[in-house]
Design a protein around this ligand. Structure first.
Ligand SMILES: Nc1nc2c(ncn2[C@@H]2O[C@H](COP(=O)(O)OP(=O)(O)OP(=O)(O)O)[C@@H](O)[C@H]2O)c(=O)[nH]1
Ligand SMILES: [Mg+2]
Length: 354
């Protein structure tokens, strides 16, 4: 299996660099001390006038810089307009403050513009360079304080964008198959068997866990396969709140969860334990979005199979399929079932090959 980290695919409109307040402030102070060129016409009006004009130009540069940086933040899409998968992750990563930051930025731009109009005319009305300099400094101080207030929670937004940048390149529109099941049931074996290219390993936000992405191509149908080691392999009650919500983002995909059970007598986890994780995961992802599969049936005899089926049925589930991920047995039928279920649940028609 490849261990390369996938390139993240964050929505185009979120691919901006959001500066911190300290960066803005530093840049503003730099801009203020940089020299400006006073037009000849003004210079002809005398030295004092040229000085006054110089301070106006410096402030104008500061204003334009601040306004354009903050406008970029104000123009970011609100979560309601984003795909719910990203909206969920952004809200989670920003402690729910992302939208407020966007709104506040947009108010700040208005306040800044008003402040600049006021100071521009005050500076230009100054009689001396000294007076203009004082007004200019006052303007820069006030503009920075408007920016500071406006960007109060900017760090939350920076974090949210960083998280998205690190989010694996999941295609939020593609039909998706999530592979779940306790450790050692054969999830990775299955992903490798059905994926056309080498599955990619990528970090999943908020967890120390990784997510593994593969793609199945069945003629014109492309299915995204997601292996979730350490995420959907234990009772949901054992996840912390953040992990639970991060996994919840997966709910917004057009996804079916294939839950693998290992009925072998020497399975890594006892069969009963696996079934209890199945119950917990089913509740979490929704029972109708789940397919229950016995894996490793190449090494399970009929009586053991029957025994395990009974255990599954005793908690109100059915075994939908039996496969061997290692040998490929039953895998095509499983994919067929996944496709049918995706079509039914999400009301989509996937292309068929004859
Ligand atoms: N006999 C047999 N062995 C299998 C089958 N599928 C997987 N295995 C073996 O089971 C072991 C665990 O398989 P993995 O695919 O790594 O299991 P996993 O669910 O990804 O495990 P984690 O990543 O630890 O959660 C490996 O030794 C596989 O070769 C199968 O269908 N038949
Ligand atoms: Mg694995």
């Amino acid at each position: 299996m490849s261990t390369s980290t996938s390139s993240a695919c964050i929505p185009e409109e979120l691919r901006i660099r959001v500066p911190s307040y300290d960066e803005l402030r530093r840049r503003v102070l730099e801009l203020f001390v940089q020299s400006v060129v006073v037009p000849r016409g003004i210079r002809k009006q005398g030295r004092e006038r040229a000085r006054v004009f110089r301070y106006m130009l410096k402030c104008e540069r500061v204003f334009q810089y601040l306004a354009s940086e903050i406008s970029r933040i104000a123009r970011l899409p609100k979560t309601a307009t984003l795909h719910p998968f990203y909206a969920e992750l952004i809200t989670l990563a920003s402690d729910g403050r992302y939208d407020t930051v966007v709104d506040r930025a947009s108010k700040s731009v208005k306040i800044l513009s008003k402040l600049w109009r006021e100071y521009r005319s005050r500076i230009l009305s100054a009689y001396t360079g000294v007076e203009a300099k004082e007004l200019a400094r006052e303007f820069v101080g006030r503009a920075l304080s408007v920016a500071k207030r406006g960007l109060r929670d900017i760090e939350y937004m920076r974090r949210a964008i960083r998280v998205l940048r690190e989010t694996p390149c999941i295609d939020v529109e593609a039909p998706t198959m999530i592979i779940a099941g306790m450790p050692q049931v054969g999830k990775s074996t299955l992903v490798s068997r059905i994926s056309s290219a080498k599955p990619e390993v990528a970090p999943y936000p908020f967890t120390t866990k990784h997510i593994i992405l593969g793609h199945v191509e069945l003629g014109p149908i492309k299915i995204q396969v997601v292996d979730t080691p350490g995420i959907l392999d234990r009772p949901v009650e054992e996840m912390n709140e953040i992990e639970r919500r991060a996994v919840a983002a997966l709910k917004h995909l057009k996804a079916i969860t294939v839950f693998l059970l290992d009925p072998s007598r020497d399975s890594y986890y006892r069969f009963e334990q696996q079934v209890s994780v199945l119950k917990s995961v089913a509740e979490f992802v929704g029972r109708d979005k789940l397919i229950v599969v016995f894996n490793k049936i190449d090494r399970v005899d009929d009586s053991r199979k029957a025994e395990c089926r009974k255990i599954v049925e005793s908690v109100g589930f059915n075994v939908d399929l039996e496969i061997s991920a290692l040998l490929g047995y039953g895998v095509d039928r499983m994919l067929q079932l996944v496709i049918e279920k995706i079509e039914r649940l999400y009301n989509v028609k996937l292309p068929r090959v004859l």
